[in-house]
Design a protein around this ligand. Structure first.
Ligand SMILES: *Cc1c(COP(=O)(O)O)cnc(C)c1O
Length: 496
């Protein structure tokens, strides 16, 4: 079956899913969407009988039409293997009256692994058919977490390489060690003298540098990004919504066909959008609850229909949700407007020009049919971490705690509810320890990790605790204007 993708902002050019995955973003700045999402429904009986691998294959098969069944199965079996610490990949466990969907069992202990272990395999396969065999160098700037997840995903994947820039001195000890100890023959890591925005801005310049692109093309290499707007990151996330549903049926908590709710700690809107795709594809979803931290631009949008990014950026203890422009929302607007590209383009235009837009009454009504929202500030988040530990004996991280706070404030509407847990508590040891009432002043990351372990009699994930003794392999630090040449020499070395 052929499933074609086109931009959210125009219907004119259609590409295959392989082309969309290699390109990342559409040429007009829009995001790739397919009108086929939900045209055929997944068979729930098969989903409920399947393993994680089976469900992932069904989802990828339905959304990425030009991958053959063999290619899908190769991608699934390599993306979800020993690199996850459980064969279930994303287990579900009870938490009070609700359920916790554990998305942190991958190599970096956070949910981005589920997508970033898959994307490189999808790209590796795509480059052979849709990319004329060209080598793909991923270039990314990171404020800490995404860089490591990209490094782990792309390390030693054939035909690909990955270069990560981080702001030197502005990431945590553990985040820096996670990156500079990365193994793999195709990885490059470099600190930047400057902040995250400097690194991000320069990466955009590197992508826009035509002369660099030409020199690389002569060497059969193309630059790409592993950004969360890539179709290849969105699609793998749909799997765990179906899988969680299957686990609730298996546990006898629901009968097949009953609707359930999901509460999702949200930043760029990728994770919760995957839940919406699952619903379109036939998963019985009641409500998708969008949970934000103090950067509650989405709470306001879902409540009023006006998206307004003109507000102060607040640094919180759930940094991966500190976002004022949720890029993937553009895809939801496309579907809620029945594919009105002109309307979507006009909203995005106002956002770029004025910093805000207001959706039509029809879109707002449709939004409210599925989506609910809420937010939690840092104090409420800490209180939830403490309460969850004291009452349930479960340690949850700061991002998960935002979602749980929002969920706890809502009436259940009579359905089973699943709270997505997006990181291991140990990834944010200092803030979690402080939430439990311990003074963390002047204590390093590893000391906080040890104290958290002692206090709760739980074990830090080996991926994090072993960093203490790992060898630092990537010691480069450069100025912003040297980043381009760093990428070029990384390409020469990796694809020699
Ligand atoms: C990225 C991230 C989120 C937000 O996910 P989006 O897809 O950007 O909405 C939430 N929690 C953690 C731990 C993350 O790393």
């Amino acid at each position: 079956m052929s499933i074609l993708y086109h931009s959210t902002r125009s219907q004119s050019d259609s590409v295959t899913s392989k082309q969309a995955i290699l390109a990342g973003i559409a040429p007009d700045g829009g995001l790739y969407v397919s009108d086929a999402v939900g045209q055929s429904k997944l068979d729930l009986s098969r989903v409920c009988a399947g393993s994680y691998h089976d469900v992932a294959s069904m989802v990828l098969g339905a959304l990425l039409g030009d991958y053959t069944p063999d290619e899908v199965s190769w991608c699934v079996s390599h993306a979800y293997a020993q690199n996850f610490d459980t064969p279930e990949v994303t287990p579900v466990s009870p938490l009070g009256d609700d359920w916790l969907l554990e998305l942190y069992h991958g190599p970096t202990c956070a949910f981005k692994d589920v997508a970033l272990q898959m994307l490189p395999r999808l790209m590796s396969v795509a480059r052979k058919t849709a990319g004329s065999g060209r080598n793909v160098m991923i270039v990314t700037a990171t404020s800490g977490d995404t860089g490591k997840a990209a490094l782990e995903g792309f390390a030693d994947v054939e035909g690909t390489g990955v270069t990560v820039f981080y702001p030197a001195g502005k990431v945590s000890d553990i985040q820096r060690l996670q990156m500079v100890t990365q193994r793999g023959s195709n990885v490059a890591v470099c600190g930047i003298r400057g902040n995250f925005d400097d690194a991000q801005t320069e990466v955009k310049h590197i992508f826009a540098d035509r002369e660099l692109a030409q020199r690389l093309a002569q060497k059969n290499t193309v630059l790409s990004s592993a950004n969360s707007i890539n179709v290849g990151r969105l699609v793998p996330q749909v799997t765990y919504y179906f899988y969680a549903y299957a686990r609730l049926v298996a546990a006898g908590a629901i009968a097949q066909g009953d609707a359930i709710d999901f509460c999702v700690p949200t930043g760029n809107f990728g994770d919760v959008l995957a839940g919406y795709y699952a619903k379109r594809m036939g998963l019985p979803v009641g409500r998708l609850i969008v949970a934000s931290n103090a950067n509650n631009v989405l709470t306001d949008f879902i409540t009023t229909g006006t998206y307004d990014r003109r507000r102060p950026f607040i640094k919180t203890i759930s940094p991966s949700m500190d976002i004022l422009v949720s890029s993937n929302l553009e895809r939801l607007l496309y579907y809620l407007s029945d594919g009105d590209c002109e309307l979507v383009a006009s909203y995005m235009d106002s956002l770029a020009k004025d910093g805000s837009y207001t959706v039509s009454q029809k879109i707002l009504e449709r939004l409210h049919q599925t989506f609910a929202c809420g937010f939690a500030d840092d104090d409420a988040t800490r209180a939830t971490i403490r309460q969850t530990w004291e009452q349930e004996h479960r340690l949850i991280d700061t991002h998960t705690a935002v979602a749980k706070t929002v969920l706890d404030c809502r009436p259940s509407e009579g359905r089973q509810r699943v709270c997505l847990s997006t990181a291991s508590a140990y990834k944010f040891s200092a803030d979690v320890l402080a939430a439990l009432g311990v003074d963390t002043q002047g204590k390093g990351d590893f000391q906080c990790m040890d104290e958290l372990s002692q206090l709760t009699s739980t074990k830090a994930p080996q991926q994090l605790s072993s960093l203490r003794d790992a060898t630092e392999l990537h010691l480069d630090v450069c100025d912003r204007d040297q980043m381009g040449s760093f990428v070029e020499s990384a390409c020469s070395r990796v694809f020699a």
